[in-house]
Design a protein around this ligand. Structure first.
Ligand code: ARG
Ligand code: ASP
Length: 743
């Protein structure tokens, strides 16, 4: 509706060339209107604009029901899961729901050939059967407070960027140390709006998190990589954990004496399902977004950065895939690694397509022109007039360094396993040189431990081929002035041969042997190892020829981003919806259940059903197999209280603005009940980290009724169902309306 109005107005305006300036101004002002949906908002600041928007969309709660410092509110049921995903408490005994892909490595770590929980699923039938996961955490937000004035104290315009940054870091350390909190809590300060706002978070981290249940991968990961980032989707992407606390309900390390945690709030679960246009709110911990980059930065993502990342991963994945298909042992060893690399490889491809198709660069350029005329109109040239030209200059300058950095990160730190492990010994050497023998000792054992679990899933053959392919790409595509000297006339094949023949990094026993002895002995052995030599030459070259200039330009760019943000906040209309970029802090995003049109004449409905699982079913396939029991339930239409009109809903989509980290986030209805579990986004909308397009960007959620159906009918985990609070908000409303009518 709104966007149609804008289009009509724009046509009228376009007719008159005299009105050019007016039109630019109009585009600038209309940005917030376009963005009626989208945005990841700070939960403590919802009152006002967000609350009224949410009410307009159908919400029946108040902002205080979502976030309240003094009373239990929704936020008390939504912990950060292990620092990377989101989860929600769904019973008064600390039962925790998150995605299957968020609990994947825990499920895997308890699996063996005899008890393959990834393959068959896992269900604890009582508390005693729940499995501990050392290191896994659930972090609750106790309080959020604006500390901008304290952090900005002592910052003056005359300071250089580096001086400002140093002073800000001191202030952050100070506020973190001195702000009041309980002994078992922690203070964290985070920046918002690119350094224009600072918030203090008081948090509580629970450390005894036990695995309670997981469906088999043929449900929890149905469709696997082929369906990843794709709608229509049919995945039961959930797993269950439980938070344990000490006898005072406080965080504690694992102990058999710990007891199930009693939450301040847990989410009731609605059995009434979703319909198109229903209000939805997604509450979670989105990781990173960059919604306010200048057009030139987006152009670089499209033309330079993403193509490089994709090409590198194309090469690595093709090799892994070839071996995984040929060898069942390698298939298991590389399943999780392959999924991780393929996940963003696929996302970047979708992102580039989406940025292009939505004309993100063109739209950003129009916004920039409009901002410039607004700056001129308000006489703010002195303060803001140089930002856009400076962006242009700095991004042009940083481009080759950014490209070299991508190659370095993707090759050394992500895709070649030998280099990744060898890099840790490079850090070990640095620790020894900079901080002495104690620091060396502290790190060595850690490294050996990590290496041991790494080599369980290591294939020298696969890695060797990846090494050769990626080194060849490195030599070909990284500008010569950034390469280590010996790379300049390098034959990738002969380097690969000598490294994989002689290096100690090709198996655990040799590496362990290499790391034995006092620091000096280990250093001597390292310096003689051909794998170590490659990594240290690559790292030295990067640290000398790329990093200093890259960091310097990056610092200037972040100063520009802060000023650009300030200009946007100051010069945009009062009702503009300018939301802060994601930074792994708790956020609220809201919208409606809605389908979308990915192409001319094509429309995607917002809800999928079990019928679709059966349509995709390929017996025996590693991505699209379906367990027999699920087929039986489908044939019998045995959906219990979870089905709707004889059908079992699986997934649904909405206009909530989410990103990586939102996985496992609760989808909440107008009343505060759980209706779904966020786990992905649609292919055409994956550019939403840079540009959220309300027409194309959709988040994908598991319908909570599918989760319950699997727990109850498929797994027989009625012990867990009994813990839940199941409600019928829509039916209740229906009833009370009828009652009123009778009166
Ligand atoms: N794309 C989703 C996210 O970014 C799901 C990833 C897990 N699934 C997979 N097939 N790799 O995390
Ligand atoms: N799948 C993502 C996650 O794991 C969510 C997303 O990127 O939409 O957080």
């Amino acid at each position: 509706m709104v966007s149609r109005r804008i289009v009509i107005l724009q046509i009228i305006i376009r007719k008159s060339s005299i009105m050019k300036t007016l039109r630019l101004l109009f585009i600038f002002l209309s940005v917030p209107l376009f963005a009626q949906q989208g945005g990841m908002w700070i939960p403590s600041l919802l009152e006002g604009m967000n609350e009224s928007e949410m009410t307009n969309l159908g919400m029946k709660m108040t902002a205080k029901d979502i976030y309240d410092v003094n009373n239990a509110s929704l936020k008390d049921a939504v912990p950060h899961f292990n620092g990377g995903c989101t989860s929600e408490v769904i019973s008064n005994q600390g039962l925790l729901l998150t995605n299957h892909h968020c609990g994947y490595s825990q499920i895997q770590s308890h699996s063996s050939l005899e008890n393959d929980y990834l393959e068959d699923g896992f269900w604890a039938m009582n508390l005693k059967e729940e499995l501990p996961n050392p290191g896994v955490t659930a972090t609750f937000i106790v309080k959020i407070e604006d500390v901008t004035t304290k952090i900005m104290d002592g910052i003056t315009a005359a300071m250089s960027e580096a001086e400002k940054q140093k002073k800000i870091e001191q202030n952050i350390a100070n506020v973190t140390q001195t702000s009041p909190k309980e002994a078992y809590q922690e203070n964290r300060v985070r920046t918002f709006y690119e350094g224009n706002q600072y918030m203090l978070f008081v948090v509580e981290t629970y450390k005894d998190i036990r695995l309670v249940g997981a469906p088999p991968s043929s449900i929890g990961k149905f469709g696997s990589d082929t369906d990843n980032w794709i709608w229509p989707r049919h995945t039961g992407d959930f797993s269950l954990f439980r938070i344990y606390a000490d006898k005072n309900n406080r965080p504690a390390e694992y102990s058999k004496d710990n007891v199930p945690f009693t939450p301040k709030h847990f989410l009731p679960i609605s059995l009434d399902g979703v319909a198109e246009n229903d209000f939805t709110l997604v509450f979670g911990f989105p990781g990173t977004t960059d919604e306010y980059l200048p057009s030139i930065a987006i152009e670089q993502v499209i033309n330079t950065i993403n193509p490089a990342r994709i090409a590198i991963r194309d090469a690595a994945l093709a090799i892994q895939d070839k071996y995984m298909r040929a060898d069942p042992q390698i298939k298991i060893q590389y399943a999780s690694k392959f999924a991780r690399i393929a996940n963003y490889w696929k996302k970047w491809r979708g992102e580039t397509l989406g940025l292009t198709k939505s004309n993100a660069v063109g739209i950003k350029k129009q916004q920039e022109t409009a901002l410039t005329s607004e700056i001129n109109k308000k006489g703010k040239q002195q303060e803001y007039g140089q930002i856009l030209p400076q962006f242009e200059k700095h991004y042009t300058e940083i481009e080759p360094y950014s490209l070299a950095r991508e190659y370095y990160v993707e090759t050394v730190l992500r895709n070649v396993e030998l280099l990744r492990i060898a890099y840790q010994t490079y850090q070990l050497k640095q620790a020894y040189e900079n901080r002495g023998a104690q620091s060396f000792e502290d790190r060595r054992n850690n490294l050996i431990e990590r290496a041991e679990s790494h080599y369980k899933d290591y294939s020298k053959q696969v890695d060797e081929e990846v090494f050769e392919a990626l080194i060849a790409l490195y030599v070909k595509n990284v500008q010569p002035q950034f390469l280590p000297d010996f790379f300049k006339n390098l034959n990738a094949q002969s380097l690969t041969n000598s490294v994989y023949k002689k290096s100690a990094f090709v198996d655990f026993a040799s590496l362990k042997n290499l790391l034995e002895g006092d620091a000096e002995t280990v250093m001597a052995k390292l310096n003689n190892d051909p794998g170590f030599q490659v990594v240290s030459d690559m790292a030295d070259a990067y640290n000398e020829k790329v990093a200093p200039k890259y960091e310097e330009l990056k610092l200037s760019i972040s100063g520009l981003e802060r000023d650009y943000m300030k200009a946007l906040l100051e010069l945009s209309p009062k009702d503009a919806r300018i939301f802060p970029n994601a930074n792994s802090t708790l956020r609220v995003t809201y919208g409606k259940v809605a389908g979308y049109s990915p192409a001319d004449a094509v429309y995607y409905e917002p809800v999928t059903h079990l019928e679709g699982v059966m349509q995709k079913y390929i017996p025996g396939d590693y991505e699209f197999d379906v367990p027999q029991k699920l087929i039986d339930l489908y044939k019998a239409k045995d959906y219990g209280q979870y089905g709707e009109n004889g059908k079992m809903p699986i997934n649904f989509i909405g206009t909530n603005h989410t990103t990586g980290g939102n996985s496992g986030s609760p989808a909440i209805d107008a009343y505060g009940n759980l209706i779904g579990l966020n786990f992905d986004r649609v292919w055409e909308g994956t550019m939403s980290d840079y540009y959220y397009d309300p027409a194309l960007s959709r988040n994908i959620m598991v319908d909570i009724r599918y989760v319950l159906f699997i727990m109850d009918k498929y797994a027989g985990a009625t012990n867990l169902i009994k813990e839940l609070k199941l409600v019928h908000p829509k039916k209740e409303i229906g009833k009370s309306k009828k009652k009123k009518k009778k009166k």
